[in-house]
Design a protein around this ligand. Structure first.
Ligand code: CTP
Length: 409
């Protein structure tokens, strides 16, 4: 589901302050480079006690900066030069002392100096705290963290678990891949800031007996990518997922269900509390009329069992009927005649936007192509990986949502 080179053309200043988690910063530098970023490492004196600039230079491919008096810079202004081209400064690990400095605007070494000197409107500051649990929970640290958040920094984590000191609790630095994904998310435009988005994803499973059921080939990848993209765009996201083996996107609230009826019962009561509903789930249209409590056995006769089916509730149509309905986006997974089928569903489901795709060409795969059909016309989103498409779709939805809000005001 991941897009190729998500940090291509991005310039990142990776700052290290003092802490044993510096060992994870080596892997982080590697992951950022692998994701396509140009990484410039800056280390504090304390960081150099934990890991050498040689290691960080080798992994980032650039000589490391450690001092504000670095004579390599013609104008001797490393703090200015390093941040004017940067898309983000990520400090990992960010020690309690370093966060205190940022909270107070202290600038007595290169790293704190460049955090203060960066152009805030186009160069994000991300801090990955790493410290002992007592230090993290100390009111002074919590005050400082609240202050840096207020000043616009993104505070990533910390995680919880075993600590290098032998204690257990909050304060572990997030892992390299988690930090990479937080950085990718932090660089996305905030099209849906403050909005609440509800997504259904995956297939449903309609039980015949305790060991068998009816399902379909949906992998859930498109819906999970949409949930991730909406979250990256600043939304609070609830994801109602059928049976799929996919990891939950970070910061997304997930509700697992099996059947269409369960998905309906999970979605409908909470739908009106959301601004947007995206129905990507491939909901089974029918379920067995009866559920056999015991496994159905062959009885030795030549007759094969015949199953009676009954229709499942239409979740999208039910949400679209709510008096206080969110902006509803339906999906149409078709085998042919995409545009006509999608337009027919637009009317039948009474929703403002249908996203068409070809089921067999996309189920289970990492890429897709989408056709957006609404009252204004059609728009093709060309074949790409599902996360790239999900981000484009989120932007399209945000634009339509803004138009609806404008009309209503
Ligand atoms: N959908 C739903 N509940 C259902 C069936 C479909 O919420 N019981 C939603 C899907 O999540 C999708 C849209 O409705 O967003 C269209 O789903 P699709 O299965 O293509 O449409 P159907 O109405 O089932 O039409 P058909 O199978 O006849 O093409």
């Amino acid at each position: 589901m991941s897009e190729p080179m998500p940090l291509k053309h991005r310039r990142i200043v990776l700052g290290l302050s003092g802490g044993i988690a510096c060992y994870k910063a080596a892997e982080l530098a590697r992951e950022l480079v692998k994701a396509g970023a140009s990484v410039q490492v800056v280390m504090t004196e304390a960081a150099e006690a934990f890991i050498t600039p040689v290691t960080m230079q080798a992994l980032s491919g650039h000589a490391v900066y450690t001092s504000q008096w670095d004579a390599r810079e013609g104008n001797n202004m490393a703090h200015i030069n390093l941040t004017r081209e940067a898309d983000a400064v990520m400090v990992a690990p960010a020690s309690a002392d370093f966060i205190a400095k940022i909270a107070h605007g202290t600038a007595d070494d290169l790293l704190s100096l460049l955090c203060l000197a960066r152009p805030r409107e186009r160069c994000a500051l991300l801090l990955a705290p790493a410290m002992n649990r007592e230090m993290w929970s100390h009111p002074a640290t919590q005050r400082n963290v609240a202050q840096v958040r207020d000043d616009g920094a993104l505070v990533l984590g910390p995680g919880s678990g075993d600590q290098a000191c032998g204690e257990t609790g909050d304060g572990r630095m997030l892992e390299a891949l988690e930090l990479r994904d937080e950085l990718i998310a932090g660089l996305q435009p905030q099209h849906l800031a403050g909005k609440r988005v509800l997504v259904t994803a995956g297939p449903t499973f309609e039980a015949i007996d305790p060991v068998r059921g009816i399902t379909n080939l949906s992998s859930g990848k498109m819906g999970f990518a949409i949930a991730r993209a909406a979250r990256e765009a600043g939304a609070q996201v609830t994801l109602v997922a059928g049976p799929v083996a996919l990891p939950t996107p970070r910061h997304v609230q997930r509700i697992d269900v099996q059947s269409a009826q369960q998905m309906h019962d999970a979605v409908v009561p909470i739908a009106a509390a959301h601004d947007v509903f995206v129905a990507t789930a491939a909901v089974a249209d029918w379920r067995p009329a009866t559920f056999a409590q015991r496994k159905i056995k062959k009885d030795g006769s030549k007759t094969t069992p015949v199953f009676e089916l009954t229709e499942n509730p239409d979740i999208l149509a039910a949400v679209a009927r709510l008096p206080d309905r969110p902006y509803c986006v339906g999906f149409a997974a078709e085998t042919d005649d995409l545009a006509r089928n999608a337009r027919e569903k637009l009317a039948r489901k009474n929703v403002p936007l249908i996203v068409g795709n070809l089921g067999p060409a996309t189920f289970g795969r990492d890429d897709n192509a989408l056709l957006l059909v609404d009252a204004q016309g059609e728009r093709q989103l060309a074949s790409a990986d599902k996360l790239t498409l999900a981000r484009e779709l989120v932007r399209e939805i945000a634009e339509r949502l803004a138009t609806v809000a404008q009309r209503a005001s």
